[in-house]
Structures are given as structure tokens and as C-alpha cells.
Design a protein around this ligand. Structure first.
Ligand code: ADP
Ligand code: ZN
Length: 219
């Protein structure tokens, strides 16, 4: 099953991708995580990205595309993948289409997780993750079951992204609407778009996404 999760920052892409990974046994490909991995592994692409990231600039489409292409060739993607945070621009979507065609693969569906802006601010403001395994948490909506201990790996270290605040979110949202939201129309025109209401609680949203994805896979 080859999926893209699309939606504004805070919509729940990371949360849902991890749940889909557990359910379907296909990996979550987050370009942010992949960039950090490539830098750590000192691959050719990683070395190029490192310099750009160190200067605080945005990593170019070309580098991100190359990283995704390499990642798709790894054995764990043989049965499918969940792209989370990529593609982010029309140019990246075109590049993804080309690389999948070259690899003899195709997307099954693109799930758009729709959430109101006010709700996004609330979600982003309370977000934190496990420093060890990356599991996502929230001050109100999803606290660890045992205080200060990761449900998944038992780590006691957590981190918050410095850009997860109401002010920065407004800028990130504008970038989303300008650069990324055109992908909604792009994938709709290809007959791949499935819109899911992301305003509910995590469990029900997961159930809705699973239903949509299973229906796509049966086509
Ligand atoms: P994204 O990857 O789209 O930026 P996340 O998955 O990190 O979004 O979710 C943002 C925050 O909102 C996280 O703290 C997460 O725990 C919380 N969250 C995710 N889905 C829901 C939901 N359906 N209801 C309430 N909070 C949620
Ligand atoms: Zn953890």
C-alpha cells in the first residue's frame, strides 16, 4: 500500500502515520527524520544536506527528492510506504510521480486530514515527542499513560520543537496554504484524493483513515 498523508502542520499526520505503520506493517517516511538519518549516516546526499541545514536554509527539492528516492529502494518499502511531510510542493509531487513510475510503482491514495485552523493552534501548542523513539504526545489530548514515561519505549526524555508555538504556526500555515495545499487539487484531478475529517479524537480519525485506505487498496 503506497500512501501519502497530506494536511497542515498539527493535523495529525505523524500520529496517524505511526498508527498505520503499526497496523499495516509498512514504514512511515518522514522527510525530516530521513534528512537527519542521512546526515548521521554521512551518505552523499546527507553530506550535501548537512551543509544546507547547518546554514539554516531550506533543503532544496532536489535533495529531498533524492533522499526519498533512495529510501524507497530499501527492502522495508517493498510492501508499501506512508509518506508524511512529503511532497510539500507541486514540484516535489511531479518528481515523486516520475520516480515512482521509474521504479514501476504507483500511489494507491492520498489521504487529506482536514482540521480547522483554531484546532491546529491548540494541537501544535501542546505537542511534544519522545526524545528516544519519536512517539508523539500532547499536554491535553495524549499524555503518556505513566507520568513522564514513554508508552512505547519507556524513555523519560521528551522534547518540544522550538517552532511549535502559535506565532510560528501562523507562518507555517501560510506556507502550507501557499505551497502545499495546491496538492489537494493536484491529487484530486488524478482521482487519488480521499478527504478525512481530522477534527475528532485520535482513535476515531485512525478508524476513518483505515477504512478509506482499505477501500483504495481493494480497487
Ligand atoms: P502533524 O504530523 O500533522 O504535524 P501531529 O501528529 O504531530 O501532527 O499532531 C499534532 C499534535 O496534536 C500532537 O501533539 C498530537 O498528539 C495531537 N493530535 C494528533 N491527532 C489528534 C486528534 N485527533 N485529536 C487531538 N489531538 C491530536
Ligand atoms: Zn519513546
Amino acid at each position: 500500500m503506497n500512501l501519502i498523508l497530506l494536511g497542515p502542520p498539527g493535523a495529525g499526520k505523524g500520529t496517524q502515520a505511526r498508527m498505520l505503520t503499526d497496523h499495516f506493517g509498512i514504514p512511515q517516511l518522514s522527510t525530516g527524520d530521513m534528512l537527519r538519518e542521512a546526515v548521521a549516516a554521512e551518505t552523499e546526499v546527507g553530506l550535501r544536506a548537512k551543509a544546507v541545514m547547518a546554514e539554516g536554509r531550506l533543503v532544496s527539492d532536489e535533495i529531498v527528492n533524492a533522499i526519498v528516492s533512495d529510501r524507497l529502494d530499501r527492502a522495508d518499502c517493498a510492501r508499501g510506504f506512508i509518506l508524511d511531510g512529503y511532497p510539500r510542493t507541486l514540484q516535489q509531487a511531479e518528481a515523486l510521480g516520475k520516480m515512482l513510475a521509474e521504479k514501476g510503482r504507483a500511489l494507491d491514495c492520498v489521504v487529506e486530514i482536514a482540521v480547522d485552523d483554531e484546532q491546529l493552534i491548540e494541537r501544535i501548542s501542546g505537542r511534544f515527542t519522545c526524545a528516544n523513539c519519536g512517539e508523539g504526545y500532547h499536554d491535553i489530548f495524549k499524555m503518556p499513560k505513566v507520568a513522564d514515561t514513554c508508552d512505547r519505549c519507556g524513555s523519560k526524555e521528551f522534547k518540544r520543537r522550538p517552532d511549535d508555538n502559535a506565532d510560528t504556526l501562523r507562518t507555517r500555515l501560510q506556507a502550507y496554504y501557499k505551497e502545499t495545499s495546491p496538492l489537494v487539487g493536484y491529487y484530486f484531478a488524478k482521482g487519488l484524493l480521499r478527504r478525512v475529517d481530522g477534527m475528532g479524537e485520535i482513535g476515531p480519525v485512525h478508524a476513518a483513515i483505515r477504512e478509506v485506505v482499505e477501500r483504495c487498496a481493494r480497487r
